[in-house]
Ligand binder design. Structure first.
Ligand SMILES: Nc1ncnc2c1ncn2[C@@H]1O[C@H](COP(=O)(O)OP(=O)(O)OP(=O)(O)O)[C@@H](O)[C@H]1O
Ligand SMILES: C[C@@](O)(CCO)CC(=O)[O-]
Length: 544
């Protein structure tokens, strides 16, 4: 195997041993070694300072009287990105050991990590979408509790529950995060801060690099599109990279090695989700880590879940509609848990039916060529639509729908253009509508396709075949009505890359600095600044 083998713990106490034929270093290490001296020079000149003396030049200078210890140079700023998700079927049932299918969407979160000079000894969170700006002194954090030999976890451990003592030790440091904001906002801020701090204290050490972590996301928060999982994946990846517990990503990385890195990230992202959600199944972080689509099932919480990556997820004609009704995943998951406790036999059967829907959808997806415009493909779409309708009905019976979701479903049903189900935790948030074959738009409305075709530029309208007039009108009318009633529609594609790294944070020879990153305007501003996240040669992905 090419590359670097790393031994050590989550403390950053990592030994590098090259075991390849040519002894080549793995991705990030190689990049960081190459960029360190440049970076130091850049820092020095931007400070108006002389270029610092390198260890080599010091050694070669016989007159050097410096006895100061050489300190590690700064790592350059880098960005980590991960997608949001939509659950095609199986939400809630996934929490109770059943299967679910989820697909990555093209909305993503981005985390810019800016290492500070070692003398600073602080970590700062600038999560500007939610208005979080908080700094901790690294020395003040409860390292002794987290690093205690009975509690300390290795970076490769499988952590499946939170340690109450660690959560308690963290509390005084969370209580100081925006204590004066109103309760609902404070909950969001403190959840994000807790997610970071638990991971930082688990994977870092008192000698971790001081750093500013700046977060931007194009995923709406708390609308069922996996914003928390995407944030958790970004944080876990950045912290694992900083403690050198990951190799790559690099293009020639062997499949098995890439898979191991993704598995490592996913394990810690699940811990982040435990902090934010309380009782997650792990499906959201799994799809945010791996990208594409996944068939997911976690029967035993003490073991890794079974994950089947669906790399050729079909380009289904979908609408992704936001009710703009805020909800809490934690609350909705707890609701179903309470109902199951009260009526175990009935609820277990509902969950089994949802599991049967997931199997049926998986079989159809695996056996149908959706690209052909055959009767078989149309029948498969109808089959998927019917499964979605039943799935939504079962979720409603579990008590996780909302009047806004029911209104949306009614409007789509009335228009006769498709089948609708809530996606994610429900209680508000988003729904997906699969368009009926006869309502499926033709060339000028490719935007409804969820795959690459959706982003390809369409030919001019004069050269297009005319769509089925009545269906298109029905769809246009529906869109108008949705807009009038305050629903939002997201243009997104399904099934792109999972977690990615831009190291260093440079696009088209321009370094993305904190100011630019934090002030980029709206989804398009962020997307344009970082080069799309999922595209562009500068971004690297673990691709097994
Ligand atoms: N842009 C962001 N910046 C910082 N924190 C964020 C951001 N987006 C989401 N979060 C964190 O994730 C939490 C939202 O999680 P929640 O589960 O309620 O919604 P979701 O993940 O969008 O929905 P679902 O789990 O149903 O897919 C927020 O409270 C916040 O702590
Ligand atoms: C509601 C749920 O099933 C999906 C949330 O996106 C919760 C989970 O699986 O963690």
């Amino acid at each position: 195997m090419n590359g670097t083998h790393r031994d050590g713990d989550a403390n950053g106490a990592v030994k590098h041993t090259t075991n390849g034929v040519n002894g080549k270093m793995g991705g990030l290490s190689e990049l960081s070694l190459r960029t360190q001296s440049t970076d130091r020079r850049r820092e020095a000149s931007s400070n108006g300072l002389r270029t610092p003396t390198t260890p080599d030049s010091r050694r070669s200078s016989p007159n050097s009287t410096h006895s100061r210890k050489y300190s590690n140079p700064l790592a350059p700023p880098f960005i980590v990105s991960a997608p949001g998700k939509t659950i095609v079927c199986g939400e809630h049932a996934a929490v109770h050991g059943k299967a679910a299918i989820a697909a990555a969407i093209s909305l993503r979160s981005f985390l810019l990590c800016t290492t500070l000079s070692k003398s600073k000894r602080i970590v700062t969170l600038k999560f500007s979408d939610i208005g979080l700006d908080h700094t901790w002194d690294i020395h003040d954090l409860p390292w002794s509790t987290f690093q205690h030999p009975t509690r300390k976890r290795k970076y490769y451990d499988l952590v499946t529950s939170l340690d109450k003592d660690l959560v308690d030790a963290m509390q005084p440091h969370i209580a100081t995060v925006s204590p004066d904001s109103e309760p609902q906002a404070r909950k969001i801020l403190q959840a994000a801060a807790s997610c970071f701090l638990y991971l930082f204290l688990s994977l870092g050490s008192e000698s971790s690099p001081p750093c500013v972590y700046s977060m931007r996301s194009t995923i709406p928060i708390g609308q069922g599109l996996g914003s928390s999982a995407s944030v958790s994946v970004c944080l876990a990846t950045a912290l694992l990279l900083q403690c050198r517990a990951l190799s790559g990503p690099h293009p020639d990385q062997q499949s098995k090695e890439a898979e191991e890195q993704l598995e490592r990230i996913n394990r810690w992202a699940f811990v982040g989700e435990l902090v934010i959600h309380g009782n997650p199944s792990g499906v959201d972080n799994t799809v945010a880590t791996n990208g594409h689509a996944v068939l997911f099932q976690r029967k035993d919480y003490t073991k890794p879940p079974s994950v089947n990556i669906l790399r050729d997820f079909p380009e289904l004609p979908l609408l992704l509609i936001d009710t703009r009704q805020p909800k809490s995943t934690q609350v909705e998951v707890a609701k179903v848990g309470a109902l199951k406790k009260k009526h175990p036999e009935v609820v277990e059967r509902i969950l089994d039916s949802i599991d049967a829907i997931v199997r049926s959808v998986f079989n159809i997806i695996e056996t149908t060529d959706f690209e052909s415009s055959s009767m078989e493909a149309d029948a498969a779409i109808t089959h998927l639509g019917e499964m979605m309708t039943i799935n939504h009905g079962l979720l409603t019976s579990l008590g996780v729908s909302h009047p806004r979701l029911e209104r949306l479903r009614y409007l789509v049903d009335q228009a006769g253009v498709g089948w609708t189900k809530l996606t994610g935790a429900g209680g508000g948030g988003c729904a997906i509508s699969l368009l009926k074959p006869q309502a499926r738009p033709t060339l000028d409305t490719d935007e409804y396709l969820n795959g690459e075709a959706a982003t390809a530029s369409a030919p001019s309208s004069s050269s297009q075949a005319q769509p089925n007039g009545s269906s298109l009108t029905a769809l246009q009318k529906l869109e108008q009505q949705l807009e009038d009633e305050g629903f939002d529609r997201y243009a997104t594609t399904l099934g792109g890359d999972g977690v990615g790294v831009l190291y260093p944070a440079i696009i088209n020879d321009e370094e993305i600095d904190q100011e630019m990153f934090l002030t980029a305007e709206g989804r398009e501003g962020i997307h344009d600044l970082v080069g799309g996240g999922s595209q562009g040669g500068a971004w690297k992905y673990w691709r097994p």
